[in-house]
Design a protein. Structure first.
Lengths: 390, 390
């Protein structure tokens, strides 16, 4: 009765872990949410008023599938600031970046089509590609991004529909591609005519150092589809994200979007547009950066104190996550069970690996918990970890 | 490079016609929008304030894929009023009903899977099913709905994944299923274990007579997936709709939705929920019904006066559309070209017919144009129609 693609369908393990999160006293490093206390609630209230008084019923009516022109014009300016000369034909609004992944799957993936990803990769992307029965091949990645030589080697063997990457403060690892790696990857993409899907939800949440150019900018828009979102920089509840890329390809994405949901919610788009016009955006980003940087530092300081020395972790220079590597034989899932008993949670890393490796890895979220909870939660984890005999 | 499904992809002809609609002086009977002047803008402004002061950042944060529990509880009560004993496990929120059609396609349609529809049928549904490469077979329909005998006969030949119907004030025809037809269809569905997708965006917009039970209610929830929406009863811009049905099947839809867009926008769901609590809903529906009834009557009165007697049309007892049948050899597309020159537009019917028939039919929307424009627009159409020599 069900379609073939449904046979192997499974719910995200993360969503299953999240069920425990409402338990009283639980400290969650398992989530992937931005800090709600930083949402600009008062400014959004003003934006709602403004939108309804300026646009009236138009803000509540159907609107075009591509997304509001005024909002897309602002995104064109944003791209222009990165040296990209584009028009509103090069930008569409999607229902979160997750929808862009669904639409890209619709456009490119037949049953058994090959898709390349990082190893590990973003779970929501894997879920979207698997829904269309893609065959996923993970390209080895290190602390500066995907291994371009390994990619070139693989490209000589088989040709994927596209390579999906998240080059800034990756979910799950927090890894950021170096400038050198970006340039090498763009060169390889152009040489092999490889399409890159560049997912950049966290790029603006940079804590230190220089913001590196997107692959989309480096490639001058060629061979790259660029996804970004207002979910982490304003609030996720509006589901307003955008995709930039080749105009002809976006036209097809728009037709696919017609059948998928007609359009992204009009009111949310107007609110985001109004908020951007209010000038609060940059101030608010600065506050988010400062807060998350403080939380990352607190988490690392606590880990240095509480975690056994056999563990290793990175120090992401932005975003919401850091990545912990346990000794080879340890199993993060088993450790999670014990941690849940101590009312602290993280996400075991294995599910993020298309090749099934990574049993001894885990993802820690530092954007949501308070400084106090970070200290206490890491202490609880440390207690469990110290009891493990490898 | 693109997936196979993209090869035959085409944009909706309706969306192409809508491009002409911004021309000055154009009178559009081609749209499918509710009347914006009836949107409860002031009440929505209050709801926004209330939502932000009651729920604060929670209203802007990620929320569960199934949809807000408070909103789903209200929908469960609504279903209970129709004699259906259900829980929140039987209802999910979707990004418009269009997304429900996408998710149902994901759940059931493999390449070349068979789907039954009415003839004509809703274009957005055809688009969603075709994106998943369904084979669509149209079952003959008359002025009381689908021909159940023809359906039974077809079921003996081949088995579809489901039958898609819109039994109240159908888009495009305005046809409503009689009670007898509903009962016969439910009996056939149970006997043949046929799944029915019942799409009901317009059911509450009834102008006269008794509101008939849904197939979902008649079948006590068995064999039927029920879709409805707040797009036509509050406003489309929030993209808040819902699907009711078997809990196990909805669980799979939820997993499919995770990969499609994670969730429907949180803020829009809270606003709809708050508006429902405000008690304005029923009053507002009464105003919508009165207004649309008046516009339908005005359109029919004008058509009786202005259209040649060789044309026939129906008198829908609700909804937003009526249906015109031209003499057999006339071509509605050609007539549209001439009408556009006179600054009046409608939608030619042929595209709604999966079997390619219906060249001599057209859809008229009476929910959006003002009474004055209805009179003037029908007069312009009448002038063109009178010049046609069949």
């Amino acid at each position: 009765m069900y379609a073939e693609r449904i046979a192997n369908l499974k719910s995200s393990a993360i969503r299953d872990i999240l069920k425990h999160m409402s338990r009283p006293g639980m400290i969650a490093f398992a989530g992937g949410s931005p800090a709600p206390e930083l949402f600009p609630v008062a400014e959004i209230a003003v934006a709602c008023e403004q939108v309804l008084s300026k646009y009236g019923p138009t803000a509540l009516q159907y609107s075009i599938t591509e997304g509001l022109v005024v909002l897309r014009e602002k995104l064109v300016s944003k791209l222009a600031a990165n040296g990209l000369g584009m028009s509103t034909d090069n930008v569409i609004i999607t229902q979160g970046s997750q929808q862009a992944l669904d639409l890209i799957s619709k456009l490119f993936i037949d049953k058994d089509s090959l898709v390349f990803t990082e190893n590990p990769s973003y779970l929501g992307a894997l879920q979207a590609f698997r829904m269309f029965q893609a065959r996923i091949a993970a390209i080895p990645s290190d602390s500066h991004g995907i291994d371009v030589e390994a990619l070139r080697k693989q490209l000589r063997v088989e040709r994927p529909k596209f390579l999906y990457i998240m080059p800034n403060f990756q979910n799950p690892t927090g890894v950021t591609y170096s400038l050198e790696r970006r340039k090498a990857l763009v060169a390889a993409a152009i040489e092999h005519d490889l399409l890159i899907v560049e997912d950049d939800p966290y790029g603006e949440l940079i804590f230190e150092g220089e913001r590196l150019p997107s692959l989309f900018a480096l490639a001058k828009g060629k061979n790259v589809i660029y996804l970004s979102s207002f979910s982490k920089t304003i609030a996720p509840g509006f589901r307003v994200a955008y995709t930039a890329g080749d105009a002809e390809m976006l036209k097809k994405m728009v037709i696919a979007k017609q059948g998928s949901d007609l359009q992204t919610n009009t009111f949310g788009q107007y609110i985001v547009n109004e908020y951007l016009e209010s000038g609060h955006y940059q101030t608010s980003i600065d506050v988010i950066r400062d807060t998350y940087r403080g939380r990352r530092d607190a988490m690392i300081a606590a880990m240095e104190q509480e975690f056994p020395s056999a563990l290793a972790w990175n120090r992401p220079s932005g975003g919401m996550f850091l990545w912990v590597t346990l000794p080879t034989r340890w199993d993060a899932k088993e450790i999670l069970e014990r941690c849940l008993e101590q009312n602290v949670a993280f996400v075991p890393g294995q599910e993020f690996f298309p090749d099934g490796s990574g049993r001894n890895t885990l993802r820690m979220n530092f954007s949501s918990p308070s400084l106090g909870n970070i200290g206490e939660g890491v202490k609880r984890m440390g207690k469990v970890l110290k009891e493990i005999r490898g």
